[in-house]
Structures are given as C-alpha cells and as structure tokens.
Design a protein around this ligand. Sequence first.
Ligand code: BJW
Length: 233
Amino acid sequence: MAEIRNIVILTGAGISAESGIDTFRAEGGLWEQHKVEDVATPEGFARDPDLVLRFYDMRREAIQTKRPNPAHDALARLDEHWEGNLLIVTQNVDDLHERAGAKRVLHMHGTHLNAWCTACDAKNPWTGTLADRPPCPACGTNALRPDVVWFGEMPYEMERIYSALRTADLFVSIGTSGAVYPAAGFVRDARSLGARTLELNLERSQGSGWFDESRQGRASELVPEWVDTLLDK
Ligand code: BJW
C-alpha cells in the first residue's frame, strides 16, 4: 500500500442502509414504493409538486433521526489520519458522513438539508417541510425545491470529481449498485487513468467486473477492516 497517496472514495445508499435509511433498488426500497419518473425527475416535479415535496419532506425528516454507522465512522477516521489527498464523493443526500466527522466530502447528488430557490438560486440550509411552500429566506419567493439532483439534471461539482480521479492512485466504491451515471462510470475513468480499483458492496453490483477487486459483505464490517489495513493498524 506504500505507493498509495491519492484516494477517491465513491459512496452510495448501501453505506447508510445499516443506519436505517432505505436504499433505492432493493426489494422494498424507495423505487419499489414510488415510481422514479414521478418523484426523481424535473418532469415529475412539474406534474405533481405536492407529491414530490411530500416525498422529500418525509425523507428529510427521517434522516434527522438516523445515526452514522461504523462504516461512516471508519471513513471519518481515514479522513482524519490520511495525509495524502482524499475525496469522499457521495451520491447520498443524507449527512451521515459529516455527522461521523468526515470533512473531505462532496455531495454529487445534492443534500436533503438544503432548499434550493429556483427564483434567486440561493441554497438555504433546511430541516423542516417544503410541502407548505415556505418563502425563500433570501428573496421571499415561494419557489423552493429540494436541493437534489434528479434524472436528466447535471450532478454537482463534476470538474472537481474528474480532477480528483485524474490523480487518484486508488478508487474505492462502497455500497452502490452501479446503475446510475455518471457515478457508475467513475471506476472505468479511474482505471483508465491508472488507479487501482476496489469495490466494497453487499453483493456483486452492475459494475463489479470493472474493478480490480470486489469484496462482498456489509459496509459496517468491510469498511472498518479496509480502513484499518490502509492505516496499518
Ligand atoms: C450494501 C448494504 C450494506 C445494501 N453494505 N452494501 C443510458 C445510459 C447511461 C446513462 C443514461 C442513460 N439514460 C439516461 C442516463 C443518465 C441517467 C442515468 O444514469 N440513468 C440510468 C437509470 C441509466 N443519469 C442522470 O440523468 C444523471 N445526470 C446526468 O447524467 O447528467 C448528464 C451528464 C453528462 C456527462 C457528465 C455528467 C453528467 C443524474 C442522476 C441523478 C440520480 N439521482 C438519484 C436521486 C437523488 C435524490 C434522492 O435521493 O432522491 O440519486 S437516483 C438514486 O440513484 C440516487 C442515488 O444517489 C443513485 C444511485 O443509487 P445507489 O446509491 O447506487 O443505491 P442503490 O439502491 O441502487 O444501490 C445500493 C447498493 O448498496 C446495492 O448494490 C446493495 O447491494 C448495496 N447495499 N446494503 C454494503 N449494508
């Protein structure tokens, strides 16, 4: 491991599953309970904003009752002690990485805890409801929506992500099905740029074949084990 200095970690819903937050594509997951096109597209929002705002209100309220699990804790420990470059790119809209103490975190699909004003573009910290159409604290317009990235929208901070991938020695994917692009393509990007690639997931994912190594198991076990090895404890 001595040659590894720059690490990019991609996390998905699987890392928060053991904290009690639903994943998307599992049996009984969010997409079994709701049609993706109704709740996670700009078209769905335009068609039925009440449904979409209620869906996100429910999830925003739920995440505030959840706690980080040993996988989040382990990544926070890695962030604290790793002297090289490190970027945790999360697809998750919860704040469990931050609540575990991680600092070098980028939310490529946005966050439940911001409300985005489509009138003035302000990103307002938000913990309450949006379904009752509150005014934007910055401009007063009733044009707030969840600050999350829906299908057909551009994920956040792609330049920063690709820049980190370009210099990565190690790319690690944790708890993601590899079903959603561009995140699903990062393993190929990283690999073609010379990084070693490792997957930690409950089961084989759609992208497993692209990784140098794929380990199956619960994130709460695999991630602390991997971090211990990396920090040589
Ligand atoms: C455990 C575990 C435990 C369980 N331990 N593991 C055709 C081909 C290619 C692309 C496209 C295409 N047609 C359209 C596209 C583009 C589209 C796309 O990818 N569509 C696919 C369906 C094909 N993508 C987009 O539109 C994106 N934008 C875009 O592409 O812009 C253009 C662009 C061009 C060039 C460069 C850059 C951009 C936007 C995608 C937005 C996704 N948004 C969502 C909703 C966010 C808000 C919300 O939370 O509601 O993001 S969808 C949903 O999926 C959410 C997630 O972040 C994302 C990924 O899901 P994730 O995290 O992988 O969860 P699951 O449930 O799928 O998997 C969980 C995994 O954990 C499983 O494998 C379990 O086994 C595992 N697990 N317990 C370890 N304890």
